[in-house]
Design a protein around this ligand. Structure first.
Ligand code: ATP
Length: 603
């Protein structure tokens, strides 16, 4: 309970921070609306009594008292209506302010979280629930609390009024709603647990839906005729997920109907009682109307109150996920004693690095030690799955190793602010990004924060080096042309062209260390030759790490590191490794033999 109250408090703080003015307006309007119904009921009673008296005394309609009452009823009714409309408008404004505020929190958290979280399915489950609930749950808490207080105040006034008729009527009004309360609280818990259990299944449905409707899967889907297969997968996953939910809702509806029966019985009893009192002359016609309305309103308030109580209970369950996500801790941060490193002067040392992905059994990186000197060109080769890309991720501190350390110019990288440290690197990842933006912007993203003097020329120069300048120049709007397939006026590029853009992006960034993970996997032979024959000129003395399966490209490196099963198997220059006749020699001769063979057969 204490924990739930804390969650509410934290949520209300968020609501307040996101829109203090709208929150006050919402509370004030709700307070006004809580007294209006009682006023209306009392005025109606007075009106009926005035009409009854006028009828008895044979007076006409023009009686001032009657007209005054009619006007008063109409005015209160009007105020109630407009405050309801205003309330909706205020709530909508407050909701959208909160939504953008919460999205801000979610996005900021998502970009700062350790990359390792993205390897864990539980992370995606929390993220899915948090992004589904966060934008509106805190407001729901506020509105439920307001409804609860407003309903409680109105109910108190109405119950007081009914009490004047007979105490038992007030008791009936409250008691008849008990089954409803129990049901709502019980099913709020059941539905939450169900939805929590079903998050992975819901993600599966969303994934199959993407396979069926997304752009990337659309080609294979058609070629391999996978449509019906995935429709079936989606259907099964969706039904599994929905049928159980419908079963819970069916049970809840049944109990709701039973509780409706109780209410009807109570109404019957109350009607008989009030009719008896009216015909017995104990209460006036006006009072009869007032009590009937009060009873009806009382039932509505109780429904509202219990609705908000169960709503709050449900909110407390779901908002927990949002705070769980927002409170996830980043482990990749600068540790004391903090070192400020803005330049790379000497060398990077990797010492006894060991790393295993969460959920994997064997070590991905196994006791790797390596020195990289400033200005060196290092090539990393090795079979698929050897751990090359993982080593690079550790070097960029996207993950922290399980053991071992990396030192840059003598400073352990754990002591350097990760954002500052990463500024020293420019990387073309194997799975580089395609941004549906302009061609120029796609390159500029390589160093978005930099204050570049001659930005346009620098972008063109990076594009020229990557061999993509002619293509961009041929686009209708040149560097301003949108590329990709997401927007109407954009032009899609080939995969190789995208790769050249990614290369240009990395070259645009003035970082002292350049990492290229399979940068030419999709390039044509000419483009690849063009880049690698001028590699030293292109990297301009930067420390470079090149991962490649093309052995002709790696021969240019000062040193070649061969990784096998997460460990360094061999290292040296091309000639040294060839002499050694180990893994490198075997892979190199196989590849060059294949080329020689294919050339022979070509001729
Ligand atoms: P390739 O030449 O195919 O690109 P690589 O040498 O770059 O391979 P890595 O991508 O570093 O290999 O992967 C090394 C091992 O770690 C592989 O066995 C892979 O299955 C595993 N692995 C890679 N990424 C992840 C991940 N995100 N989560 C779990 N395991 C991973």
């Amino acid at each position: 309970m204490k924990q739930k109250i804390n969650l509410f408090r934290e949520s209300l703080k968020l609501v307040w921070k996101s829109a203090p003015g709208w929150t006050v307006a919402n509370i004030v309007l709700s307070a006004i609306r809580s007294v209006l119904p009682l006023l209306l009921v009392v005025l109606i009673k007075m009106l009926i009594d005035a009409i009854t008296a006028a009828v008895k005394e044979g007076q006409g309609f023009e009686d001032n008292q009657i007209i005054l009452m009619i006007v008063a009823v109409a005015v209160v009714y009007f105020i109630d209506e407009i405050s309801s409309d205003l309330g909706n408008w205020v709530r909508k404004n407050q909701s959208y302010k909160l939504e953008i505020f919460m999205y801000g929190l979610l996005h900021r958290k998502s970009i700062s979280l350790d990359l390792i979280n993205f390897e864990k399915p539980e992370y995606f489950d929390i993220l899915t629930r948090a992004s589904r609930e966060a934008p509106w749950r805190p407001n729901s808490i506020l509105n439920n609390l307001i409804t609860l207080l407003k309903g409680a105040a109105s109910l108190l006034l109405m119950t007081g009024l009914i009490f004047t008729l007979h105490w038992s009527m007030a008791v009936i009004l409250l008691a008849v709603n008990i089954p409803g309360i129990w049901m709502r609280l019980h099913y709020a818990g059941v539905l939450y647990n169900f939805q929590k259990k079903q998050t992975p299944e819901a993600r599966k449905s969303a994934y199959f839906n993407w396979l069926l409707t997304g752009d990337r899967p659309s080609r294979e889907l058609r070629l391999f005729g996978l449509g019906d297969y995935f429709i079936k997968m989606f259907r099964n996953s969706f039904l599994r997920h929905k049928e159980e939910e419908m079963d819970i809702i069916r049970k809840r509806t049944f109990i709701e109907m039973i509780s409706g029966l109780f209410k009807a019985a109570a109404l019957l009893f109350v009607l008989i009682f009030i009719a008896g009192r009216t015909t017995g002359g104990v209460i006036s016609l006006g009072e009869m109307a007032m009590f009937l309305l009060a009873f009806r309103q009382g039932m509505t308030y109780i429904k509202e109150i219990f609705g908000s109580v169960s709503g709050l209970y449900e909110d407390s369950l779901f908002i927990g996920d949002t705070f769980e996500f927002l409170n996830l801790e980043e482990k990749i941060k600068a540790e004391e004693p903090i070192a400020s490193v803005k330049v790379f002067n000497d060398k990077i040392i990797l010492e006894n690095l060991t790393f295993t992905y969460p959920g994997n059994r064997s070590k991905t990186i196994d006791n790797v030690s390596l020195q990289i000197k400033k200005g060196e060109i290092i090539a990393i080769v090795g079979p698929n799955g050897a751990g090359k890309s993982t080593l690079v991720r550790l070097l960029c501190r996207l993950y922290d190793p399980d053991s071992g350390e990396i030192r840059l110019d003598g400073n352990e990288i754990k002591n350097i602010d990760p954002a500052e440290y990463r500024k020293l690197f420019s990387v073309v990842f194997q799975d580089f990004m395609l941004y549906n933006l302009s061609a120029g912007e796609n390159i500029r993203l390589g160093d978005i924060g930099a204050n570049v003097v001659d930005q346009e020329n620098k972008i063109r120069s990076a594009a020229g080096t990557a061999g993509v300048d002619k293509l961009i120049a041929s686009l209708p709007e040149g560097y301003s042309a949108s590329i990709g397939n997401l927007f109407d006026d954009s032009r899609e590029l080939s995969w190789g062209e995208w790769q050249k853009i990614a290369l240009a992006r990395s070259l645009y960034r003035d970082a002292p260390i350049l990492i290229l993970d399979e940068p030419s996997s999709a390039l044509d032979a000419d483009a690849e030759y063009e880049i690698f024959s001028r590699f030293r000129e292109i990297v301009k003395g930067r420390t470079s790490i090149l991962i490649s399966h093309r052995f002709t490209n790696v021969t240019l490196a000062d040193r070649i590191i061969v990784i096998d099963q997460g460990a360094i198997a061999e290292s040296g220059t091309h000639d040294e490794l060839m002499e050694r006749k180990g893994i490198y020699h075997s892979m190199y001769t196989k590849q060059s033999g294949r080329f020689a063979g294919s050339q022979e057969s070509d001729y």
